[in-house]
Structure formats: C-alpha cells, structure tokens
Design a protein around this ligand. Structure first.
Ligand code: HEC
Length: 254
C-alpha cells in the first residue's frame, strides 16, 4: 500500500493511479507446468476417489461394525463404554481423586488442557518454531501425550471385555404375548427386573428364551433359585406357578 509522499491520485482520491490489474495469467503462459481442469485433472481426482471408495467398501464388508443388541432402558446393569478416543477421559474419571466428591477435578483438568490450547497463541508468543527452542510448549505436549496414552492403555487393560461382550450380545427374541397370564405373573413376581422385559436377560440374569428347560425344572428354579439367582423369587400359588412355568417353557425363537 502506498501512503503519503509520492502517491499519485486520480479523480477519486481513494484510488491510487498505479493500481495493478488482479487478473491471473492464462495457463498457456506456463507451458508444461499446468493442465486443464476438465477433463484431465478431474479424471485423476475421480480415479483416486474410486480407489478409496472401493477400499472402504472392502473394509466395511470385511469388518462389519460391532453392533450390540437393541438398547433396553429397563436394563440398568448395562455399563456403556465410550469410543477409543475418549477412553483416557473415561479412565481419568475412575480414579478416586478425580471422581465422586472430586469429580470436578476429573472435569476441570481436561477443561484446562483444552482451554490452554485455545489460549496457546496468546501464551506462547516466542518467535521460534523449532520444537527444541520451545521447551515449555514441547514439554507440555509430550506430557499430555504420555498421559493420554497411559490412561487409554490403562482403561483397555482394566476393562472386563468378556463381560462387555456378554452384556451387549444379540440374543434371539421370542414372540411374547404381553397380555397373557404367564407374562403378567412374570411381571408381578419381579422376574422382569433381572430377566428383562423381553425375557432375553441382561447384565443381571441370562435369557429365558430357548432354555430347553421343562416346566417342572422352571418351577423348582422359581421357588429355590439357582446359582446366582436367589431363592424365593416366586411368591404366588402353585396354580399360578404352573402357568408361569408353562409360559417360560414355551418361549422359543422358532
Ligand atoms: C435377582 C435377579 C433375578 C430374579 C428376580 C429372577 N431371576 Fe431367574 N435367574 C437369575 C440368575 C442370575 C440366573 C442364572 C443362575 C445361574 O445359572 O447361575 C437365573 C436363572 C433362571 C432360570 C434358569 C435359566 C437357565 O437357562 O438355566 C430360570 C428358569 C429362571 N431364572 C426363572 C426365573 C423366574 C420364573 C423368576 C421370577 C419368579 C426369576 N427367575 C427371577 C436372576 C434372577
């Protein structure tokens, strides 16, 4: 921008006389260094795009997304897990100094870290660009990186992957007549709290579909319990128990 002395003015004093036209030269002025956008350049772009598209298609077919069963709002035992990129935050919240009454710390530490990123241009005003000449910025970056890798690794090795697979398993559902007497008894006696709305089980109990159990065996379990199922779950009459046991014994996927 020209200012002050030596400036020539045309009629309008705001427009300098020697204004250069802002038009780029034609590409024919750079022989051998340019190519036509259409079709040469676009064709190359599309070929690369097609290769990636086919690559992603193969990847999605070879590794289908790890879907779990449909979310069940009555299943309070389900422990959700964030995706890999949030595992370090998830892990941080597990430590006693960053959870419960100190939960604020678990939220404030990452908050400060992200705020510091926003403020970096104002805090780090040094002229240097080489990492070695910016010891504080580099040091904090390495420290954060190390903490994130450590926390992610910790959350992976301390997670119970078998239980996670179990709780999300897609189970076969049976057609259930919710107005039937058997289902009413299943609800009334609280079996539903552990075995789930669709009797497909959950974190607290196994599925009751396709058990292959006879009504007699189910009656015994309902009264006496089994393994982790406490006894005395059924509180009704023998007649009702007959109905409930027959209802469960007939739960089949086919
Ligand atoms: C407190 C949770 C809880 C409640 C309530 C509950 N169950 Fe269970 N049930 C379990 C657990 C846990 C098991 C798995 C026991 C084991 O094999 O260790 C189980 C297993 C069973 C089985 C055997 C399934 C199989 O494939 O072996 C039957 C049948 C059953 N329950 C029926 C009932 C009925 C009927 C009721 C209601 C009267 C009921 N349960 C209430 C927790 C519960």
């Amino acid at each position: 921008m020209h200012r002050g002395k030596g400036m020539k003015f045309v009629g309008d004093s705001r427009v300098p006389a020697e204004r250069k036209p802002n038009i780029p030269k034609d590409y024919s002025e750079y022989p051998g260094k340019t190519e036509a956008f259409w079709p040469n350049f676009l064709l190359k772009e599309w070929m690369v795009g097609a290769v990636f598209l086919v690559g992603y298609l193969c990847l999605t077919i070879a590794h289908p997304s790890p879907l779990e069963r449909i979310a069940d709002p009555t299943d309070t035992g389900y422990i959700p897990m964030p995706d890999w990129y949030f595992l370090f935050l998830y892990q941080l919240l597990k430590y006693s100094y960053a959870s419960g009454p100190y939960e604020v710390i678990g939220l404030v530490i990452p908050g400060i870290a992200f705020a510091a990123l926003l403020l970096a241009p104002f805090i780090d005003r040094g002229p240097h660009r080489r990492p070695l000449k910016r010891p504080f910025a580099t040091g904090f970056m390495l420290l954060t990186l190390a903490a994130m890798i450590f926390l992610t690794w910790q959350s992976v090795v301390t997670h119970d992957w078998k239980a996670a697979e179990e709780q999300g398993k897609i189970v076969q559902e049976a057609k259930i007549d919710k107005s039937s007497e058997g289902y009413q008894l299943f609800q009334k006696n609280g079996c539903i709290n552990c075995h789930g709305e669709k009797l497909t089980g959950g974190a607290a109990a196994p599925s009751l579909v396709d058990t292959g159990l006879k009504p007699e065996e189910i009656k015994k379990i309902a009264r006496n319990g089994k393994g982790n199922m406490p006894p005395g779950q059924f509180k009704g009459t023998d007649q009702e128990l007959d109905k409930l046991a027959n209802f469960i014994a007939n739960l089949k996927t086919k």
